[in-house]
Write a protein that binds this ligand. Structure first.
Ligand code: C2E
Ligand code: CA
Ligand code: CA
Length: 727
């Protein structure tokens, strides 16, 4: 159960997931962009470097080409072959001897100032004007270069000389060439031009040592991963570029980096998950400790309210405080009605929610000095301070009833509960903590028994009745079985008050701890608990046993309506009478009108049967219920016993006297024996005798007494039967 104010550990962990995920994502994004920026910078640097190296290599090639062309020009100059008429075959021989590869790969022309070919060689074969013209465009630029700046430099009379020359890379729309030109002076200035095609092989030779993937000529430097260098356009056919595939560092890094980043991300995730689990574990532990601390500190973890322990301490404090003043307080015990139903129907979560709602509503009704506690389950308790009058407590109890009977919204629906409240007041009911708490509990019990959803103030009788009730509930069954009950007998006299005609058996319970318990305090409980059946049988058996000592006397036994309703009631009565072996006509069953009120037909049948077997029936407590004598004619009563309450009020109200008068007359008219019970005075005796009452019973003659005392009254030796005595 989470501590109030603390979210559950799982909730905390769940709340942490998103920020952590966002953080990880942010870190990944940041490192990604840093990585991207770095690889781009690296790539740019690498490309610049590549470009520089390509440019350098091309420059080298140009320089190399120029050097070779100059070497060739020098040879020509020294051999003075450039002077017309040029001997092409001889020149070719010189060329060949000088540099085979030069002639084979190159196109070389020795030109006069007006571009007329003095000598030409293309791919190692002698070439003429026509061959030059076909290629002239690629030579135009270099030729112009040297003519413009170099011819003027040549020392016309200085004999043989070769200028520094010029070199370029040009394209003619199909192919690129390294072209070079130089001027030689051999009395008259001539130009030597040479071109070497940058074919696939030549490009590969450049690319190879530079470590470039591919070097080729293309018309566009459009999107490709690599560098490009523009090539001079010799023909106006549009631009051309030498392009190459770069082996960029990012390409290499990327694949590895992606794996690395993936691994890092996974690791981070695992780490974060680990942290989350750890945090959750710690929170669970923290929660547990918090709960422990709260419990120790006297708080209930679900509602956050003080628990029983703290409640007791506060009550002690309050009681000590009010001892010195004339202030009062109320202790209230509350028990929710139907809380278990809510728990069973809607689940524990709803139950917990309900407890919190109740706790909040109750707190709202109290003042700062009051104390609200939860004892666990659905039990709450309140110390109401500053109670000057019981009505203060009553007002609060009413408000609690109002507040708690309002519907509560819980997961799963709206529920309406109720509450039972028991109230004990201090100092009126007590000044000790234990006493007040016990009395409030007793009052609560009373409230619940009274039908729930009500309050009940403690009353003294309540406590005793309750204590006794508990004793009866706990011990009566065992007492019946252990034969611990006793029977007393109250004699019934003829109207003259001298002759005993019968005795009424009245049960007594001498309790080992609680003394003599009168029947009024356990008969009703015995009826509730179903104990009246064994008890009734015990009484009848015992009474029949004792009756044997008093031959000729009637023995009256009280029978509960519950016994009467038993299906086998008649047979069990008859069995007992037969077993005791006494005359059934001596046995008189006293029943109250409750017997005939509940199920008249069944009662009538049973009564008829009993009468048929000779058993007599008396209507007890006549006048306290609703029965009319006319109505009672239907039932086979032999006798009516006028209730004691009539005699009690007879002296004070003339009305009762008239009533008793008419009852006696009517009873006699109906052929019933009329008995008056509770005769205490000789005035009553005289009055009843004068009215024509048949029999009398009461303290005036004798209280209920043990069987031995009846023996003495009858003038027989205790324990012996009258016939024995007579004999
Ligand atoms: P009840 O049947 O009306 O019995 C008469 C009660 O009145 C007896 O009380 C008796 O002691 C009392 N009493 C008799 N004369 C006087 C008098 O002059 N003045 C006053 N003030 N009281 C008098 P007890 O013995 O306490 O019995 C109370 C009730 O308990 C009985 O009322 C009867 O209803 C019930 N009871 C007693 N024994 C049994 C029993 O064995 N079975 C059943 N089912 N109920 C029994
Ligand atoms: Ca009776
Ligand atoms: Ca009675």
């Amino acid at each position: 159960m989470p501590v109030k104010g603390f979210p559950s550990p799982t909730t905390v962990a769940t709340r942490l997931v998103w920020p952590m995920a966002a953080l990880i994502l942010l870190i990944l994004l940041l490192s990604g962009s840093v990585f991207w920026w770095m690889s781009r910078t690296l790539d740019q640097a690498a490309m610049q470097d590549e470009r520089a190296r390509v440019t350098l290599a091309l420059n080298d090639l140009r320089q190399h080409t120029l050097e070779r062309l100059r070497a060739f020009a020098t040879t020509l100059a020294e051999a003075k072959v450039s002077r017309p008429p040029v001997d092409p075959v001889g020149t070719a021989a010189i060329l060949t001897s000088e540099n085979k590869s030069l002639t084979r790969q190159w196109a070389i022309f020795l030109l006069d100032t007006d571009n007329s070919v003095l000598f030409g060689s293309v791919g190692g074969r002698v070439a003429g004007q026509h061959d030059f013209d076909a290629r002239q465009v690629i030579f135009d630029a270099v030729a112009r270069d040297v003519r413009q700046k170099e011819i003027s430099e040549l020392p016309l009379h200085a004999g043989t000389a070769v200028t520094s020359g010029a070199t370029r890379i040009v394209h003619d729309g199909w192919s690129a060439y390294v072209v070079a030109a130089t001027t030689i002076s051999n009395e008259s200035p001539h130009i030597v031009v040479g071109a070497s095609e940058l074919d696939a092989r030549a490009l590969a030779e450049i690319a190879g040592p530079l470590g470039l993937q591919e070097l080729r000529l293309t018309a566009s430097n459009g999107p490709h991963r690599g560098g490009a260098i523009a090539v001079d356009d010799a023909t106006d056919r549009g631009p051309a570029f030498l392009v190459w595939q770069s082996s960029l560092p990012s390409a290499l890094i990327n694949s590895q980096a992606l794996t690395a980043i993936g691994a890092i991300a996974l690791l981070t995730l695992a780490f974060a998950a680990g942290i989350l689990l750890h945090v959750r574990g710690q929170l669970i532990e923290l929660n547990r400790r918090q709960e422990q601390v709260q419990r120790l500190a006297g708080h209930d973890s679900l509602s956050g309210l003080p628990n029983r322990l703290l409640f007791g301490m506060r009550l002690d404090q309050e009681l000590a405080r009010i001892k010195r003043s004339d202030e009062g307080l109320a202790v209230m015990f509350l028990d929710l009605d139907r809380f278990k139903d809510v728990n069973d129907t809607y689940g524990h979560e709803a139950g917990d929610m309900l407890i919190r709602i109740v706790a909040r509503r109750l707190s709202n009704l109290l003042r700062g000095a009051d104390t609200l506690a939860r004892f666990g389950g659905d039990e709450f308790a309140i110390i109401q301070t500053d109670v000057k009058d019981p009505r203060d407590a009553e007002a609060l109890a009413r408000r609690i009833l109002d507040a708690l009977t309002m519907p509560c919204e819980v997961p799963g629906g709206s529920v309406t509960i109720g509450v039972s409240i028991g109230v004990a007041l201090s100092p009126r009911n007590g000044t000790e903590r234990e006493t007040l708490m016990r009395l409030a509990d007793t009052a609560l019990y009373q409230a619940k028994n009274g039908g729930r959803n009500r309050y009940s103030f403690f009353e003294r009788q309540m406590d005793e009745a309750l204590r006794l009730r508990k004793v009866v509930e706990d011990d009566l069954r065992a007492a019946i079985l252990a034969d611990e009950l006793e029977l007393h007998y109250q004699p019934q006299y003829k109207a003259n008050g001298e002759e005993i005609v019968g005795v009424e058996a009245l049960v007594r319970w001498p309790h080992p701890q609680h003394g003599m318990i009168p029947p009024q305090q356990f008969i009703a409980i015995a009826e509730e608990r179903g104990l009246i059946i064994p008890l009734g049988e015990w009484v009848l058996r015992k009474a029949c046993e004792d009756a044997k000592r008093w031959p000729g006397l009637r023995i009256a036994v009280n029978v509960s309506p519950i016994q009467f309703r038993q299906r086998d009631f008649v047979s069990s009565v008859m069995t007992i009478i037969e077993t005791a072996d006494i005359d059934p006509t001596r046995v008189e069953l006293e029943v109250t009108e409750g017997v005939v009120m509940d199920d008249a037909d069944a009662a009538e049948d049973a009564m008829m049967e009993l009468r048929a077997r000779g058993v007599r029936l008396a209507l007890d407590d006549f006048g306290t219920g609703y029965s009319s004598l006319i109505y009672l004619r239907r039932f086979a009563f032999d006798k009516i016993k006028i209730d004691r309450s009539f005699l009690e009020s007879m002296e004070t109200t003339g009305e009762s006297a008239i009533l008793v008068h008419s009852v006696v007359h009517l009873g006699r008219a109906l052929g019933l024996t009329v008995t008056a019970e509770g005769v205490e005075t000789s005035e009553q005796h005289r009055f009843l005798q004068a009215l024509g009452c048949h029999e009398l019973q009461g303290y005036l003659f004798s209280k209920p007494v043990p069987a031995d005392a009846i023996d003495r009254l009858l003038g027989i030796e205790p324990g012996k039967s009258r016939t024995d005595a007579v004999a």
